[in-house]
Design a protein around this ligand. Structure first.
Ligand code: SF4
Length: 71
């Protein structure tokens, strides 16, 4: 089994929400937000991430304002 990379991942985690037990455990983080029809914080641009709005709707709004085509 591969060694856990949590400590390494935590150094570069883009989520600023402190106290989350899933922080640094990407598989748990993704599973949690997928279940909520959301995306993990690390996919959002810095300022957008700080709102803690993880909705796909918000992600699309933010990214479309940046000129990304989402289809
Ligand atoms: S994105 Fe959500 S689940 Fe992932 S570390 Fe941040 S608060 Fe926790």
């Amino acid at each position: 089994m591969e060694k856990c990379k949590r400590e390494e991942i935590l150094k570069n985690c883009g989520c600023t929400y402190s106290g989350c037990s899933k922080k640094g455990k990407c598989c748990d983080c993704i599973a949690y937000h997928r279940e909520m029809n959301q995306l993990p914080g690390c996919l959002f641009p810095l300022e957008a991430e700080k709102t803690y709005d993880r909705s796909i709707k918000y992600y699309c709004e933010v990214m479309s304002k940046r000129g990304f085509r989402l289809y």
